[in-house]
Design a protein around this ligand. Structure first.
Ligand code: F6P
Length: 326
């Protein structure tokens, strides 16, 4: 028999499509197992302020298809302080909560880890971020939707690029990691992809564009991750134009469009699987671990590794993308 009777769920950090599907799965799995389940509003901020409400199965009806998060999200400054965490603990005790499912990225796991060093409350993490940059999982919740959104946007940009024979620098999200850029670039047939992990020079880009012209490619799409070390899309486009004034260049920044929208089937199923496993993990007595999916199997990685180990880009995919771009 599990000692866990009352659990809570929160979403923290940047929102990601599929977070609602994850909340629904956590709530319904908990109800199925006769647990009381609570929703914490605005991530750790709601925990510090005691903004916690009981959830029933019906409260998560009609949300599996919705982007964003019904629990709202925030990056909590108060929870970074010992005083804030003490308040959070008092609210956990006042509600008799035995364990917490925290859905978010590395910052969310770091918050859970800091808290568990001071207080004996089990946390299980679920990777909810469009960036796909979390060690210990092949995919994060929201990534698939984000790249589908970005690819749809690039398909549209392609039409106008083609009509005008223009070069478009399209910026996608990814401050520190290039998963979104790489997958968007491959999936949209981009002529070049520039990632935070790989240094590129203006000469490299000019070279790609000139090669394309030689083989009579009249328009081009260049995908740039926002965290590209040589500059974002606007900066790179400016530098390239300075040395190649003959090119007709435009910039398009997709931005937060990538964070919204109805989750794809992949994200809904992933979120449902992870939410279900997260509750069962808490019931088994697991703590301080992050859910993941590796080769289609649910896995658990200690928070410490999930936070500190870097998930590398697949080098073969990077190379393949270069070959296909020609
Ligand atoms: O959710 C991750 C992410 O989208 C990054 O790719 C991006 O840099 C960042 O969040 C922007 O977040 P915000 O607008 O919430 O500061």
């Amino acid at each position: 028999m599990s000692k866990i009777k009352r659990i809570a769920v929160l979403t923290s950090g940047g929102d990601a499509p599929g977070m609602n599907a994850a909340i629904r799965s956590v709530v319904r799995t908990a109800v199925y197992h006769d647990l009381h389940i609570y929703g914490i509003m605005r991530g750790f901020d709601g925990l510090v302020k005691g903004d916690i409400k009981r959830l029933e199965a019906k409260d998560v009806a009609n949300i599996i298809q919705r982007g964003g998060t019904i629990l709202k999200t925030a990056r909590s400054e108060a929870f970074r302080t010992p005083e804030g965490r003490k308040l959070a603990y008092e609210h956990i005790k006042a509600n008799d909560i035995d364990g917490i499912v925290a859905i978010g990225g590395n910052g969310t796991y770091a918050g859970g880890m800091a808290f568990m060093k001071e207080y004996d409350v089990p946390f299980v993490g679920m990777p909810g971020t469009i960036d796909n940059d979390i060690f210990g999982t092949d995919y994060t919740i929201g990534f698939d939707t984000a790249i589908n959104t970005a690819i749809e946007a690039v398909d549209k940009i392609r039409d106008t690029a083609d009509s005008h024979n223009r070069i478009f620098f399209v910026e996608v999200m990814g401050r520190y990691s290039g998963f979104i850029a790489l997958h968007t670039g491959i999936g949209s047939g981009a002529g070049g992809i520039f990632l935070p992990e790989i240094e590129t020079t203006v000469d490299d880009i000019s070279e790609i564009l000139k090669r394309a012209v030689i083989r009579q490619k009249l328009f081009n799409i260049i995908i740039v991750a926002e965290g590209n070390p040589s500059g974002n899309a606007t900066e790179l486009a400016k530098k390239v134009k300075e040395v190649n004034p003959e090119f007709d260049i435009r910039v398009s920044v997709i931005g937060h469009l990538q964070r919204g929208g109805s989750p794809t089937a992949m994200d809904r199923v992933l979120a449902s699987r992870m939410g279900h496993s997260a509750v069962r993990a808490l019931m088994r007595g697991e703590s301080g671990v992050a859910l993941g999916i590796i080769n289609d199997k649910i896995t658990f990685t200690p928070f410490h590794d999930a936070i500190h180990k870097v998930k590398p880009l697949n080098k073969e995919l990077v190379r393949m993308a270069e070959i296909l771009a020609m």
